[in-house]
Design a protein around this ligand. Sequence first.
Ligand SMILES: Nc1ncnc2c1ncn2[C@@H]1O[C@H](COP(=O)(O)OP(=O)(O)O)[C@@H](O)[C@H]1O
Ligand SMILES: [Mg+2]
Length: 391
Amino acid sequence: MTDYLDRIGAGKILLSKEPFSFDWTPPSLVGREKELMEIASIFIGIDNPNVSARVTIMGPVGSGKTVLAKRFSDDLIKKLEGRRKIVSIHINCRNYSRTSQVLHQIAMKLDPRHPERGFSAGEIIHTIRRNLNSHNIHLILILDEVDVLIRKDSSDLIYRLLRIDEGQNDKGYLSLILISQELSLMNRFEAAIISRLGMSNVLKLEPYDENQLIGIAKQRALLACKSGSVNEDILSKIGRYSAVSGDARMCIELLEGGIRRAEMNGMDEVRIEDIEPSQFRESSVEPSQIDGLLEHQKLVLLGICRRLKKKDNLFSGDAKKLYILVCEEYGVKAKGHTTFLKYLKSLEIEGLIDTETVNSNTGRGRTQNITMSNSSPAELENRIEKVLSRY
Ligand SMILES: Nc1ncnc2c1ncn2[C@@H]1O[C@H](COP(=O)(O)OP(=O)(O)O)[C@@H](O)[C@H]1O
Ligand SMILES: [Mg+2]
């Protein structure tokens, strides 16, 4: 009776879940060579005692802020092994949004025996400094989503932390990596803090482009999956879908979801229809948008959806043939070519499909390559069929 559990851990595709866990850091970053160089240049001299650095990383969700900070600090620690003892602590201020909580976390990570309560902020800072000093440790403190903390507690903590490093004999204890999505973060700081942080030390991350996202998905697939179980078509679909937002998290979730769906169906390979973006698409295409289309727009779109459920793209010539078939199925007369093209254009304007003019591969002229990055073809198909059956 428990056959239904057999698929759990059958591992037909997935070899290791690890690369999909939220705090896993990939061994190398895809497409962030320049940014890594930049952060390294801000940390120049860090192999010497008395030297510390400060950097602020900004960028939209999924642009790799957290992973960049973690990869860099881990690499640095390794590189300086035997030369300077460096410890990194990553704190997400969404989880610890008060100065006292953050300080407590730092003290505890440096010394797990640090007592739970009963100390003022000043006392904890003193303990932290003493601890770093006596063990001769340089701390890289990563304050992630720091805007949450600053909104709650203003910039008091940052100010105090910067002071750790400013006593006469107290130089070089602490490097600070601040991370924020909010580009106006700097405006919230007082001038005194801005000058200490250094306005020039702001690293802005751009959203990823399609190729970078394909690279990121590919890296995960290679590390997590059986070889050959995720082919290039799958990766490019993931890249195309996630390129709308440039969000690496979405790209990895699409891959993971696809693997789960394929394994659930007992497959040993991810299929193109397993990559389902619908759950991320709240904001773009609503299936209810279908209801407002003209009858023949629906028929054109239905043909396209049926093909895109199985394939990544199709050409306008095929879309026309599919449209004619759909018309036969519903017993209506197909419109002529010009009208068909007009409908195709209108579907694009509605944001339901994407088209791109390309050279025809059957020789003469140009054709249109049709894809769908804002919605799930299966979901739309469903909706269209329901609406059409009401006529
Ligand atoms: N350049 C990259 N190479 C490999 N994986 C990446 C890269 N950038 C982001 N990722 C992965 O994408 C996901 C989101 O990245 P993250 O650093 O959490 O983004 P952010 O902090 O900007 O929201 C994580 O799983 C991360 O490991
Ligand atoms: Mg992050």
